[in-house]
Design a protein around this ligand. Structure first.
Ligand SMILES: O=C(O)CCC(=O)C(=O)O
Length: 268
């Protein structure tokens, strides 16, 4: 059955279409999460040091293979079933499936850095999949699986809600018949939207940035935009449209941020 003909418009599906993000609480059973958490933590400790980047200690260049290998372990095999249940509930049976085999995902640990205060990041905003005007849906989703609690300020990925829709409108103007480049998706959007321009510039006052970008947001070409931290409890999953603008943020908390990001693909 074609994906668009699936008549399954849940509230979560509507939220995903509007914002690019949907949060599915308690999708993965606690006993499985505990085993996954231990595996991610062991692999993190086995790394040869974690350099500080963007306000947190993160796996450095060259550790990509090790971080992908973590989620290939048997402890993560059950995730396909749980993610499949979540995807079916949101998008309709079989519309999306978790990727199988090698490179099915990656562990994304980070440890508290030296920053004293958390601020909405201005650097490293990016998309994982380019946007084209004529594709309402992405080819791929990221499933952020929380193998431990991630609280505000604790090194969460930040995402710009509404950005997939806004980037499609931008693609109509800037890139008819092709995909937006990363530069067009960030600085190109900033050129036509002052709120995004301010987001991408360093701002000295964390409170002002919090208010402007995470509470007030803006409406750009009729699309509400707002920045959120992807936070959650152990076993929660956040599905994100990989055309969504997102960035790493500082860990000013007292514990490691331990998540895995699994790839999911649309079925033809
Ligand atoms: O580690 C993070 O929070 C950032 C993750 C990210 O940007 C990505 O996986 O594309």
């Amino acid at each position: 059955m074609a994906r668009d003909s699936v008549r399954c418009v849940t509230a979560e599906r509507a939220r995903f279409d509007a914002t690019g993000v949907v949060h599915l609480p308690s999708l993965v059973p606690a006993d499985e999460v505990r085993v996954m958490r231990a595996a991610v933590w062991r692999a993190t400790q086995a790394l040869d040091g974690l350099p500080e980047q963007d306000g947190a200690l993160r796996p450095g260049p060259g550790s990509e293979q090790a971080m992908a290998a973590v989620v290939e372990r048997a402890a993560f095999d059950g995730l396909a079933l749980h993610l499949g249940r979540g995807l079916d509930a949101v998008f309709g049976p079989g519309a999306w499936v978790p990727t199988r085999g090698p490179w099915r995902g990656v562990a994304l640990p980070n440890l508290p850095g030296a920053d004293a205060r958390w601020s909405v990041p201005h650097r490293h905003w990016h998309v994982d999949e380019p946007t084209t005007a004529d594709r309402p849906h992405p080819y791929s989703l990221g499933a952020f699986v929380f193998v431990d609690r991630v609280a505000a300020g604790g090194g969460a990925t930040v995402a710009m809600l509404g950005s997939p829709r806004r980037l499609r409108a931008l693609a109509v103007d800037l890139a008819p018949g092709r995909a937006l480049t990363l530069d067009e998706s960030t600085r190109g959007l900033a050129r036509v939207e002052p709120w995004v321009d301010a987001l991408l510039r360093p701002g000295s006052d964390p409170d002002a940035r919090h208010r402007r970008f995470m509470i007030d947001g803006c409406v750009s070409a009729d699309v509400p935009l707002r920045v959120v931290e992807l936070i959650g409890e152990p076993g929660d999953v956040i599905l994100m449209d990989l055309r969504c603008l997102h960035a790493p943020s500082a860990n000013v908390g007292d514990r490691p941020r331990l998540i895995v990001k699994m790839a999911c693909v649309a079925q033809p």
